[in-house]
Every structure is written in C-alpha cells, then in structure tokens.
Design a protein around this ligand. Structure first.
Ligand SMILES: [Zn+2]
Length: 255
C-alpha cells in the first residue's frame, strides 16, 4: 500500500481538512505521516510562542497517533511561512525521508498566506525530490518519481474574493466523522481558546459544518473535497480515488 503524507501549514490543519481521508487510507494499510510547516507558535492569546509551540507539537503527535501515523514539524514559524530556497530544501528532505506516493497539501487559494505558501512548498518538494541534484538537507536517495499531489478544500470553500473554490471530487467521510472529530479534539489548546472566547465548542462545530458543506456539493452527509495537481510531469492517474473507490464522487452541477 502507498505511503501518504499530509503536508500542512499548522499542527491542526490535517485534522480540519483531511483527517477523514487519512483514517480511510490508514484502514486500507497505508502508512500515514502528517507534517506541519510551523508548530502553531501564534496559537495562544496568553502563552509565549515557545510554550504554546511545545504544547501544539504534542497535540499534533497525539492526533497523528490516532490514524495511526507519525507527526513531523518543519520548524518554520506561524505567519512567516514562505516559499524559499530554505523551505523547499527542508521539504525535499522530508519527502526523501518519508518517501510518499501520495501527498495531500493545503489549497493553493485560501484565506491565509501560510496555507497558500505551504501548497507551493509541497508542490516544489514533490517535483524536486526525484531530481538527484535538487538541494536537500540530507543524503537520502532521491524519490523514484514525483508523488501524486492533492490539494484539500480551501477553508469554507472560498477564495480571497469570496468566490467558490470547487473541489474536483468529494470523499464520503460520514462513517469516519466521529474519528475525525476525536482527532481534532486532540488539539485541546485551540479548542479551549475558542470555547473561552465564544462560549460554544466552535472549534469542533466549524469542522463539522465545513465537512457537511462539502458533503452538500455531492449529496453526501459529510465529505472532504480534493483537487489533484495535474501539471506537466506530475502523475495524472488518480491513485487516491482508485484506492478509495466507491467513496469519491464528482460535485453535482449547481441547480
Ligand atoms: Zn492553518
């Protein structure tokens, strides 16, 4: 079974946007890895950056164990994630270490630049990792080929002008929705922060409502939306959908 890497910006992005897919792929026997570009060091109203970062790395590990999977942090910093020689080098090293055949990353169009830049870094890492002379931090062997690359839905399925960002297929996650909720709940610090601020469990509720909203696009109760990167040289066969056959549906045409 292929190895899967969710390559995200922050420690809880995988649980918000693709945990259903990670559970289903792990159930099939895929090895699962989750990477965060940054440790979530801006994710607290009162704790210093390094204190909250330590808490959030631990929460990332706790969530990843549920798939089960391994958590990695590339130790950039929140709100400062950039496509650069240094970040593409780090990301190339991670890919050569993990050796994924499927990479899932953030939407290239999203509400925050950390997410958009992470999508660019992941795209570059997939392209670079098979190139023998690509700059890399360690001497692991180059990948045999470019991994299959997928983008998750934009948060709330909208771009920066409020325009809809439409996934090309929707994954039915209704029967793993409770496990997805449990994985997101591993990020206690974030859940508590919102609960204190808004008085309701908005953290888990927003994930559930986004999953329901994605589901509506294909007449499903809960779904996660994805788009495959189909640029030149990237694999064009939809390995993700063939592994999860019967669960992936095209969006319905708007009525
Ligand atoms: Zn994020």
């Amino acid at each position: 079974m292929p190895t899967v890497l969710a390559f995200m910006a922050h420690p809880d992005d995988a649980e918000f946007l693709c945990a259903g897919a990670l559970f289903l792929l792990a159930d099939l026997g895929c090895e699962v890895h989750v990477a965060a570009m940054a440790p979530g060091d801006c994710g607290s109203p009162d704790k210093p950056a390094e204190e909250i970062a330590a808490i959030r790395r631990e929460e990332g590990r706790k969530a990843a164990k549920l798939y089960p999977g391994e958590f990695h942090c590339l130790e950039e910093r929140d709100l400062q994630i950039h496509y650069s020689p240094a970040t593409t080098k780090k990301a190339c090293s991670l890919l050569r270490k993990v050796r994924p055949e499927i990479v899932i990353t953030q939407s290239p169009v999203d509400y925050m630049l950390d997410h958009e830049e992470t999508a660019r870094i992941a795209r570059a890492a997939c392209f670079n990792a098979p190139i023998p002379n690509a700059p890399c931090e360690d001497d692991s062997a180059p990948l045999g080929r470019i991994p299959h690359l997928y983008y998750v839905n934009a948060v709330e399925s909208v771009g920066i002008y409020g325009e809809p960002v439409k996934p090309s297929f929707l994954l039915d996650i209704a029967d793993v929705m409770e496990r997805k909720t449990e994985a997101l709940a591993a990020h206690d610090s974030q859940r508590e922060w919102l609960r204190k601020q808004h008085g309701i469990d908005e953290y888990l509720e927003s994930m559930r409502s986004w999953s329901a909203e994605a589901g509506r696009l294909a007449g499903l109760e809960f779904a996660e939306g994805f788009r495959q990167h189909l640029g030149h040289a990237y694999p064009h066969d939809n390995l993700f959908a063939s592994l999860l056959e019967g669960r992936c549906h095209p969006p319905k045409e708007a009525e």
